[in-house]
Ligand binder design. Sequence first.
Ligand code: ZN
Length: 481
Amino acid sequence: MLSPFKSWRYMREMCNLEFEPLQRQRMNRMHLIRELLVHAYREVDLYRMKLDRAGVDPVEVSYPRSFERVPITSKHELRDGFPHRQLARSSRGSFLRYSNTSGTTGRPLLLIQDIRDISYKYASILRSRALAGVDPMSSQVRLTPNECQPCLPDGSSPFGGSSRLPGDESGSLSSMFVFLEKQVVLPLFHQRQMLEPFWAIGSPGGHVDYDSYLGQLHAAEPEVLSIYPLYALLLARHIKRNRLDPPRIRQLIDFSAGLATPKMTAFISEIFGVRTAQSCGGCEFARYAASCPDDPNRMHIAENYAYVEAVRPDGTLAAPGELGNILVTSLHSRAMPIIRLEPGDVGRLYDEPCACGRRSRRLQHGGRIQSLIRNADGRWVTGAELWDEVLFTPGVELFQLQQKDEMRYEIRVIESPDTVLQDATLLNTLKGLLGERARVDIVRTSALAPERSGKLQLVKSSTFEDFRPRTSAATHSVPVN
Ligand SMILES: [Zn+2]
C-alpha cells in the first residue's frame, strides 16, 4: 500500500480480466496499444524513425489488422545507439532500473525499466504462480542457465567495479536496485535460493554431478522448483536410472528459460511426483504467458500485459492454431518501449476458452526459430517436435541435430549410460520428421557445447531464415540463446 510498487494490484487486475470475454480483453488491450504507440512516437527516437519510415500513423494502428503494419523490432535495434535512441525523453533523469541477462558474453542487451514497468513485470511473475495454483509467495529454488538481473547503466555489476554513462545520474540509483534485489528482496522476502548452472559459461559442457544437485534439493525441500526443462529431464533420468528417492518438491516444478515438450512434462512430473507448469517471457517481458493446471502444455497470455502475435513469413497474422513467428509488445514499458519485438520463438495461438474458465488466448510454444527446419518434403518441423521424439528415442541421452540443407543432416548423440542406441531406430524416428529422402549421419560423442547463454541448442536449422517476415530477415539476424 505504501510503496510505489503496485504489483499486487496489477496482478489482481490481470487475473480478473482473464475471465472476461476475449472481446473485452481485446478492447482493453487496443486502448493500451494506442497509448503506447503515441507515447513511443512522441518520446523515443527509435520508434519515431521506424514509424515515419514505414509511413504509419500511430493513432490509426491499434486494431490487429492495421497493427501488423507497425515495423518489427529486432534485438539489434534495442542495442544500437543505446541508451539515447531507446530511452523516452521524459524518463531521463528519473528513477530507472537497468537489467540484462547474465551469463552472456559480448555486448549485452540492456533494458531500462521505470517503476510502473518493474511493478507490472513483477505482477506477471506473481500471476504465473497464481495461474499454476500455488501461493505467489512460495519458497523457491531456481536452477537455470542464466538469469535476468539488475545491473549498472553500462551493463556491469556494481560488485565488479562501478561506472556510469556520461551525463547519466541514475547510476547510483541503479546500484541500489542491484543491492536491494540481490541481497534483500530475493533471498529474504521471497525465500529464493539460486543454484549454479550445470555448465559454466564457455565450458565444453561435459560431466555434471547430479547427486550434488539432488542433495541441495533434498536439503531445501522448496515449494516451487523453477528449473530449465533440460536440466529437469537429466535429473529425472539420473533418479530413475539409479533408483534414487526424488527430492521433495512440495508444490510445483515450474519450467523456466526454455522449452518443455509434452513427453518431457509427463516424464518429469512422474519421476518427481509433482505437478509441472511452464511460462515464457525473458528479460524484456518477465512472464507474458503461463500455463494453468488444466492445460500444462499451452500457456495463457496475459492480454493486458503483453500483446502477442504470430505472423507468417509474408508478415500477415497467422490463423488460430497455425504456426507463426512470435512477436511481443510490452504494453506497460514506457521508459524503454518494446514494440513488436521478435524474440526468436515460433508457436501457435489458440483462442477457444480453456476448461479452467479463463478466456485469454493460449500459446503453444514451438521452440526457437533457429531450430525450425524445413524438411525434405518442404514441411516446417519445429524444435519442439524434434525434441519430443528424439529425446525419447531409446539410447539417446542428449543430441544435437545440425541441418546442412533440406536433405542432409548430422546428429551428434550422447548415448544413455544404460541403453544401447540402435542406429536403425534413431534413423527411423528422424525420417518420420525430416522426410523419407533425408540423409542423416550419426556421430557418437561424449559432450555437447552449450551456447554462450549456457543453454543447449539441440536443433540447428539452416533453413529457418525463410520463415521470418522478410522485412526483419533482410536487415537483422536473430540472436541465439
Ligand atoms: Zn486454463
